[in-house]
Design a binder for this molecule. Structure first.
Ligand code: ADP
Ligand code: MG
Length: 579
């Protein structure tokens, strides 16, 4: 008898009658090894839905959706039986119509504009730079802005003066206006009050005047080289104060011609010779009429606060002053000719009149004036985000909180990546990105709760195209520069219009078109007023639901005639009991 077989039988008998424990399984005895039954290889992960009306928190149909085992089985059967089984087969969970990006071998370590020398700045870098500082330009052939003073065209004496005055960096309007002015170009500059417009025109004017021969007794009789017109006495004096900070460094004389001061004294100073004259238009007209001065050699004209000038009815005075300057120095109407003349003026071959208008707004009357007195001007607009965002189509969808997720998934069908989805809470980032991931999208996420490395890694992978969708909180909203973002989806509406601007600004960058879609719920009413205005200012359609909402009509916190606080949710109001 085979001894081995005997031992084995004995073992079995012992186990059966003595209840002895079986030996542990040998790995080799695993009959399941190498079994490719999809039922076991693709295990179902329970997706718990407690509290949603499902038994044990499990929706069996949902579970099935995530596993294609049955579909494959039916399909296989159909292969040999020839049956039409399409009714049984669920669509593949792959988001078929969603275009996935190819992973690009992008140089993600590209340096930011802040770290590049001027020579290495690309056209795109300049565009981003201007966007970051909200500098918007029109009019063509606009020179690049100066990021710091030393990059600009100003002579060293003025740079020294600027440093002494303590202006560490140029303001956005100065960054762009000074290089334009130094090209002898006409300019319309629109920027809000307090943005440093005075220095933006005085510095190039001083630099211009400095290159001209100093006025002597004879040449002084032909009047100043440059004039600045401002609508009020106070403003003129303020401008003179600002100009004097720098003037000493280039030996430039100036005078204010305003009412309420000794006119004789002003006339005397003018006759003695001043390079620059600041004036209110009425008073200057007066001086011209009385022959206190002439404008025979004036080739640099700045009209400051042009909008106020029109409001106060000074338009005619301004015209009279401008007509008093010899027209022979006017540049040509035609772009090409004007450009050549600017070149000539720049190298000092011949003088042509430079006319610039500075204003906080741009009413039609100013455009009219600009058309008759300016020649092929460059136009700068600073800090008007509405102006910027014309390249971004903004859509709003009024929706309930519960329907957002489904709607998002519908929206992603056919959408072109890369896409950024903004939500308001960290937790929601995790939930949403997990859910999109489960649906087969290539999605990554960032929020403030993640470590710096995690955030950087996600960011870089998204830039490279390894992921198509980035789900993020506002941490990604500011300052990020991702190339070619096609869409921004505000899954949650941000709390402030500033955040909204920053978020939608991630798309439509560097002159490309972009689309921003926002889900809006009644809970977001606090932003309605600002949002309505923002949409209007950026030439977008205001949807009727928003336009007709009471919160769109009042700034949050304003009180109506009944003493009720308007435009704010009731829960936020402090209600005092009447005594
Ligand atoms: P605007 O004419 O646009 O209303 P101003 O020219 O009157 O603005 O300037 C507003 C204030 O900003 C002034 O007090 C001015 O001294 C200051 N300022 C201007 N340029 C700079 C700068 N580059 N850095 C710091 N302060 C500046
Ligand atoms: Mg000003």
């Amino acid at each position: 008898m085979d001894l081995d077989l005997f031992d084995a039988e004995l073992e079995l008998i012992k186990r059966h009658y003595l209840g002895m424990k079986a030996q542990r399984w040998n790995a080799d005895d695993d009959t399941m090894r190498g079994d490719n039954n999809p039922l076991y290889t693709k295990r179902l992960e329970p997706q718990l839905l407690f509290g949603r009306g499902y038994r044990a928190g499990i929706d069996v149909r949902e579970q099935r959706k995530n596993n294609s085992f049955y579909e494959e089985l039916i399909a296989k059967r159909a292969e040999y039986s020839g049956e039409d089984v399409s009714a049984f087969v669920q669509p593949s969970k792959e988001p078929l119509s969603f275009k996935q990006r190819d992973i690009e071998d992008k140089d993600i370590n590209k340096t930011h504009w802040t770290e590049k020398p001027v020579a290495e700045m690309t056209t795109r870098d300049w565009r981003i730079f201007r966007e970051d500082f909200q500098i918007f330009i029109r009019g063509g052939r606009v020179p690049v802005p100066m990021r710091v003073w030393s990059e600009g065209p100003l002579p060293w004496e003025l740079l020294e003066a600027v440093q002494k005055v303590g202006y560490a960096r140029p303001t956005p309007i100065q960054m762009q206006a000074i290089p334009i002015a130094c090209q002898c170009r006409d300019l319309i500059a629109v920027a809000e009050t307090g943005s440093g417009k005075t220095a933006a025109y005085i510095l190039p004017m001083l630099s211009y005047v400095k290159k001209l021969p100093k006025l002597d007794d004879t040449s002084a009789q032909d009047g100043p080289y440059g004039i600045v017109l401002a609508p009020s006495r106070e403003l003129v004096i303020q401008i003179e104060e600002e100009a004097r900070k720098f003037a000493a460094f280039c030996d430039c004389r100036m005078v204010s011609v305003v009412g309420g001061r000794d006119a004789e004294q002003q006339a005397f100073t003018l006759r003695q010779g001043v390079e620059i004259c600041m004036a209110t238009p009425g008073r200057l007209c007066d001086s011209l009429d009385k022959r206190h001065t002439v404008l025979n050699q004036c080739t640099y004209v700045v009209i400051d606060e042009a909008d106020k000038m029109v409001d106060l009815g000074f338009e005619d005075y301004v015209r009279r002053v401008l007509l008093a300057i010899p027209a022979s120095n006017m540049k040509a109407d035609k772009e090409d000719d004007a450009e050549k003349q600017e070149e000539d003026a720049k190298v000092g071959k011949r003088k042509y009149r430079i006319t610039q208008m500075f204003s906080a707004t741009m009413p039609p009357a100013i455009e009219r004036m600009a058309r008759s007195f300016l020649r092929c001007p460059a136009i700068i607009n600073v800090g008007d985000p509405g102006q910027a965002k014309k390249d971004i189509e903004q859509q709003l969808e009024f929706i309930s909180e519960a329907k957002k997720k489904k709607r998002l998934e519908e929206m992603l069908v056919g959408a072109e990546p890369p896409i950024i989805v903004f939500v308001n809470q960290k937790k929601a980032v995790d939930v949403l990105s997990k859910s999109l991931d489960n649906n087969g999208y290539r999605v990554c996420s960032i929020h403030g709760g993640k470590s710096q490395e995690q955030r950087e890694w996600a960011m870089n992978s998204f830039k490279e195209g390894r992921y198509d969708i980035l789900v993020a909180t506002d941490v990604a909203g500011r300052g990020l520069d991702i190339e070619g973002v096609q869409r921004v989806i505000n899954f949650d509406m941000p709390k402030t219009i500033e955040d909204y601007t920053h978020r939608i600004g991630r798309t439509g960058r560097a002159g490309l078109k972009g689309l921003a879609i926002s889900f809006v719920t009644p809970e977001d009413s606090e932003i309605f007023y600002d949002l309505t205005n923002f949409l209007k200012s950026s030439n977008q359609v205001v949807p009727p639901e928003l336009a007709s909402h009471p919160a769109s009509k009042f700034k949050p916190g304003t009180v109506n005639e009944h003493g009720q606080v308007m435009g704010r949710k009731l829960v936020d109001q402090v209600v005092f009991a009447k005594k």
